[in-house]
Write a protein that binds this ligand. Structure first.
Ligand SMILES: *[C@@H]1O[C@H](CO)[C@@H](O)[C@H](O)[C@H]1NC(C)=O
Ligand SMILES: *[C@@H]1O[C@H](CO)[C@@H](O)[C@H](O)[C@H]1NC(C)=O
Length: 703
């Protein structure tokens, strides 16, 4: 940074220079012999006897008032011309028409008010700074200077649009010398990529009235290794302006202003300031906003102490530091005026809540290490907005401590089963952001989901997408909105009562069915029917190869013949089942037993209509036969027993071993007394004949 002293007392002189001098890169390697130095010779005109091969000409520190074409016309090799510190008032770039290689032209520190003509396109370095231009000497012909890397300019009036013609050029350095007789055109000045190349002496700077309101300096590089840092810091901090931004610099400190300062806004984002900054400083009484984002602050109570005398401070941003809240002794001191405090992205823990400005309204604590918010905090009664996102909180805070809280951001924490108090105690809440927490979707969460679903509308931010179950594994990822637990699975008493009632009901229904509809009978019949059908479908091969004349041989007592003729025959024969009755089919001349044996063998099944009469009168014919004939061996299916009337075991004569055995081993079909049951009875009986059999006639059999 360079400086210039204002000679006229009382008038304002503000110099702000981006001085970045100039590792000029032009190589003058083979040019030593063609370099001509006429500097500091009191010349009033350009000498005429210059060697025509001159490549570099130094005419600085003379009194030359003018440059004409004839002065340089015979120097076609000219590459560098230094004319600084002369008395030139106007310059026509046309004079260099015959020097097509001109790369370096320094006309700084003259009295230039006018320039015109087309500057040579070959120019790399053009210095017009420290002259008497009113407005910046940049016009549209400058747009073609594509090789230019350094441009020095000066003006008393500065308008941003003046730089438009060169806005597209890739200049490495621009030197802007604003000699501010009329600097009241300049209110906001932004400087980027400042390089400090000269050390600074504080006394050289004089600030009095200025129209400048805001100065922004970003990205400072320091090329001076040993310099009085204090002086540099004073230059900035004693500036007579309202807003100052110095960011992205290697500065490690900033001084307290030496006099009560006009600053209302200070932004020191991304420097290397430490806790000692502004400690004990009482000259920043007008400061309203202080931004110390991304520095090296460590101790929160020191930050509080720093603000002690900043009576107007409203907004303090100390985010992105390394602030730690180790246990505080006693209370922290803060400026009472602070209402917005940004403490985000530090390493603060729960104890931060014991060291906060008492009147704070907006508190940003996101991205810290807070695990819980102490319940006994009572002094933050003005808190309206609290951001504790990206911490390690496991529950929502109640609003007991912050009675007028209206905005709560608590996303990205570890809240798994939030307590429902929140909705009761935080009546003023108008925005809740609680998504991206690992909600545990169990019975306990139902109340919360109900509450949150109730108020969701505009209040719950990110609902429903950001609110999902984190556990149990089976529910992971399910939106809370779609998470339902039946009341039954969540309430043991209800569950027991319900299961009990259901069982009772079932028992009652069963009892009713048994009592009034003889359910067991139906079940037994259905079961038999199923088995019979199943068996009928899997008839053994040898069975089918028997030569059969009838589907069934029916054996019954004379006493039951009415039933056989009126019930059995019509019901079976209507389905095409061929029945053999002894009265109808028996062959005369053969004995009863011979007949029986004959027809049993010619029939697919044998139906015995059992009744006390049958046992008494008919069974004797069969007992012997059954004992010897393997057609009715154990497990054979050929026998169908129909129980027409109940028979007591005791009533079966003891010599009928086979009958006794059959009655205990086999299932028999009972003829139901109720008409309604008879359909099933017949179905059951017919099921035995559901196979298609090919019957032969007796005549055919004889052959
Ligand atoms: C820039 O150069 C081109 C050709 O070299 C010329 O046509 C144009 O007029 C020049 N522009 C200015 C603004 O001088
Ligand atoms: C706090 O600072 C962080 C960045 O450092 C920013 O993202 C956030 O918006 C700030 N909070 C408030 C309330 O201004």
């Amino acid at each position: 940074m360079t400086r210039r002293r204002e000679p006229t007392a009382g008038s304002f002189h503000f110099v702000c220079i981006l001085a970045f001098i100039v590792g000029i890169m032009i190589q003058f390697s083979d040019e030593r012999e063609s370099a001509v130095d006429y500097s500091n010779r009191n010349l009033t005109r350009v000498p005429k006897d210059l060697p025509p091969g001159t490549k570099s000409l130094n005419l600085s520190q003379n009194s030359i008032p003018e440059l004409q074409m004839s002065d340089v016309r015979f120097l076609p090799e000219l590459r560098a011309l230094r004319l600084s510190h002369n008395r030139i008032q106007r310059l026509d770039f046309g004079v260099f028409k015959f020097s097509p290689n001109l790369e370096y032209l320094d006309v700084s520190h003259n009295q230039l008010r006018n320039i015109f003509g087309c500057p040579a396109v070959s120019l790399k370095h053009l210095d017009l700074s420290f002259n008497d231009f009113d407005v910046l000497p940049v016009y549209k012909e400058f747009a073609n200077l594509t090789h230019l890397s350094f441009l020095g300019l000066s003006a008393t009036k500065f308008r941003q649009l003046d730089l438009l013609p060169i806005a597209h050029l890739h200049l490495n350095y621009i030197l802007l010398d604003l000699v501010g007789y009329h600097v009241k055109d300049v209110e906001y000045l932004n400087i980027y990529n400042l390089t400090i190349t000269e050390s600074i002496n504080h006394e050289e700077f004089i600030y009095s009235e200025t129209a400048l309101k805001a100065l922004t300096i970003e990205h400072v590089t320091n090329q001076v290794f040993i310099f009085a840092k204090e002086a540099l810091y004073s230059v900035f901090v004693d500036m007579n302006i309202r807003m100052l931004t110095i960011s992205y610099t290697p500065f490690i400190h900033m001084l307290c202003p030496h006099f009560p300062s006009k600053f209302t806004f200070l932004n020191f984002t991304q420097n290397v300031f430490t806790d000692s900054v502004f400690q004990g400083c009482s000259t920043l009484g007008k400061l309203e906003t202080l931004i110390l984002q991304k520095n090296s602050l460590k101790n929160l109570s020191m930050v509080g102490l720093m603000t002690k005398n900043m009576f107007s401070l409203e907004t303090l941003d100390v985010s992105l530091n390394s602030l730690d809240s180790h246990a505080y002794e006693g209370t922290c001191t803060w400026a009472e005026s602070i209402s917005v405090l940004n403490l985000s992205s530090n390493v603060l823990t729960d104890s931060v809540f014991r060291c906060l400005p008492p009147k704070v309204k907006v508190l940003d604590l996101h991205n810290n290490r807070i695990m819980s918010i102490p319940k006994d905090i009572t002094y933050l009664q003005d808190l309206q907005e609290l951001n504790v996102a990206s911490n390690s909180l496991t529950d929502l805070p109640g609003c007991g401590a912050f009675s007028i809280l209206s905005v709560l951001i608590i996303e990205h924490n570890l809240v798994s089963h939030p307590s429902v108090d929140f909705f009761q105690s935080c009546q003023k809440i108008r925005s809740l952001t609680a998504g991206n927490n690992p909600f545990r979707c169990t019975c306990e969460l139902r109340e919360f989901v109900k509450n949150i679903g109730h108020i969701s509308g505009d209040v719950v931010e990110g609902w429903p997408d950001a609110y999902r179950c984190g556990s149990p594994e089976s529910a992971k990822g399910t939106p809370l909105q779609d998470f339902h637990m039946s009341p039954l699975s969540c309430d043991t008493v209800l569950l027991i009562v319900t299961v009990g009632a259901t069982l009772l009901g079932l028992v009652a229904i069963m009892a009713f069915l048994c009592l009034y509809f003889d359910l067991p009978w139906y079940l037994r019949m259905m079961c038999q029917w199923t088995q019979t059908r199943h068996r009928a479908r899997n008839i053994p091969e040898e069975e089918l190869q028997r030569k059969l004349q009838f589907h069934a041989f029916v054996s019954y007592s004379e006493h039951d013949s009415t039933w056989v003729k009126n019930e059995l025959l019509p019901n079976l024969e209507k389905d095409g089942i061929q029945i053999c009755l002894h009265e109808r089919n028996f062959i005369p001349g053969k004995s009863i037993v011979e007949n029986i044996i004959h027809f049993i063998e010619k029939s697919y099944k044998s139906i015995f209509v059992l009744s006390p009469h049958f046992i008494q009168s008919e069974w004797c014919h069969y007992e012997l036969y059954f004992a010897h004939h393997n057609l009715f061996h154990e497990g054979s299916d050929n026998l169908i027993l129909v129980l027409l009337e109940p028979i007591q075991q005791d009533n079966i004569p003891s010599r009928y071993h086979k009958l006794r055995a059959l009655m205990t081993q086999r299932t028999y079909l009972e003829w139901p007394a109720e008409k309604s049951k008879r359909g099933l009875f017949w179905a059951n009986l017919r099921a035995s004949f559901s196979t298609k059999l090919i019957l032969v006639h007796e005549e055919d059999m004889g052959t």
